[in-house]
Design a protein around this ligand. Structure first.
Ligand SMILES: NC(=O)c1ccc[n+]([C@@H]2O[C@H](COP(=O)([O-])OP(=O)(O)OC[C@H]3O[C@@H](n4cnc5c(N)ncnc54)[C@H](OP(=O)(O)O)[C@@H]3O)[C@@H](O)[C@H]2O)c1
Length: 260
C-alpha cells in the first residue's frame, strides 16, 4: 500500500487546459512522467511540457492528436514509445467542441445522428477504446496499470442541450466496466470519474454558461463552483495502490450537486 508512482508514465489526452492540464500537473507533482496530447494549441502544449519538466524534475512531452481521427492513436503510441520506456496510466480526457458538435450539442429535436452526435460518440467512446487498447498492450508489459475515463454528471441529471454528450458519457462509463472485466487479468484497473460542472473553456462554450454556473453554486453542498483541481486528485487516486481494489466503477465528483 502507498507505494510511490515516481518514474512511472501517464498518457493524458487533451491536457492543454482545463481538467486535462490539472491532471497532468497532479501526476507530475507526484513524480510521474507525462505524455500528453493537444489538438489546436501546440504552442501552449510545448510551454506546459517545459514548465512541468522545470517544476517537477520529470519528463514531459506533448504530441498532436485529433480524437475524431481514430487512426491517429496507433502512430501516437509508437511516437510515445520512442520517448518513454513504459506506460502505466492512461487518462481519456479530451473532448471536442465548436463546429464538430453541431447536431450533437443541442435540443433533442435538433439532434443529427450522422453529424455531431456521431462525432461525440467517436470522441467519447471511440477515443476511449482506441487509447485504452494501445495503452493496455504497454501496461501488460510492465505488469499492469490503471485507466481512467472522464465522464460527467450530465448522464445522471438533465442539462440543457446536453443529450448528445450525456448519452455518450453513459456509454463510455458502460464501456469502461466492460474493459475493467476483460483487462483485469492483465493487472489493469479501469474506472470513470464523473464530474459535476467545472469552470473550464468547455463550460464557457455552453450557451447558458452563466446560468449553469449560478445553478451549480446554488446546488452544491459546499456552495461553490468546481475547479479542474477538484477532479485531478480523484483521477490520480484511482491510479494509486490505495485504489487497488477499485475497478469497473464510476466515482462521482460533483460537490454534491447531483443529489440536490
Ligand atoms: N468542464 C466541465 O464542466 C466538465 C464536467 C465533467 C466532465 N468534463 C469532461 O472533462 C473532460 C475535459 O473537459 P474540459 O472542460 O477540461 O475541456 P477543455 O478545457 O475544453 O479542454 C479540452 C481539451 O481537449 C482538446 N481537444 C479539443 N478538440 C480535440 C480534438 N478534436 N482532438 C483531440 N483533442 C481535442 C483540447 O486541445 P487544444 O486546446 O489543443 O485544442 C483541450 O486540451 C471532457 O471529457 C469533459 O467532457 C468536463
Amino acid at each position: 500500500m502507498g507505494s510511490s508512482n515516481k518514474g512511472k508514465t501517464v498518457v493524458i489526452t487533451g491536457a492543454t487546459k482545463g481538467i486535462g492540464k490539472a491532471i497532468a500537473e497532479k501526476f507530475a507533482k507526484e513524480g510521474v512522467n507525462v505524455a500528453f496530447t493537444y489538438n489546436s494549441n501546440e504552442k501552449i502544449a510545448n510551454e506546459i511540457s517545459a514548465d512541468l519538466e522545470n517544476k517537477y524534475d520529470i519528463k514531459a512531452k506533448a504530441y498532436p492528436l485529433n480524437i475524431l481521427e481514430l487512426d491517429e492513436f496507433k502512430p501516437l503510441f509508437l511516437a510515445i514509445d520512442e520517448d518513454f520506456d513504459r506506460i502505466d496510466f492512461f487518462v481519456s480526457n479530451a473532448m471536442i467542441y465548436g463546429r464538430p458538435v453541431v447536431g450533437g450539442y443541442g435540443k433533442f429535436m435538433k439532434l443529427r445522428p450522422n453529424k455531431g452526435l456521431q462525432n461525440i460518440y467517436t470522441a467519447t467512446v471511440g477515443a476511449f477504446v482506441r487509447g485504452s487498447q494501445e495503452s493496455a498492450k504497454r501496461m501488460e508489459k510492465v505488469g499492469g496499470g490503471s485507466i481512467v475515463t472522464m465522464s460527467s454528471t450530465g448522464n445522471l441529471i438533465y442539462i440543457d442541450n446536453y443529450a448528445g454528450h450525456g448519452t455518450n458519457k453513459a456509454a463510455v462509463e458502460a464501456m469502461s466496466r466492460y474493459a475493467a472485466v476483460e483487462l483485469g487479468e492483465m493487472g489493469i484497473r479501469v474506472n470513470a470519474v464523473s464530474g459535476g460542472p467545472i469552470d473550464t473553456d468547455a463550460l464557457k462554450a455552453f450557451t447558458n454558461y452563466e446560468e449553469v454556473k449560478a445553478e451549480t453554486i446554488k446546488r452544491s453542498a459546499v456552495n461553490r463552483m468546481g475547479s479542474p483541481d477538484d477532479i485531478a486528485g480523484s483521477v490520480y487516486f484511482l491510479c494509486t495502490d490505495e485504489a487497488s481494489w477499485i475497478t469497473g466503477q464510476t466515482l462521482v465528483v460533483d460537490g454534491g450537486t447531483t443529489f440536490r
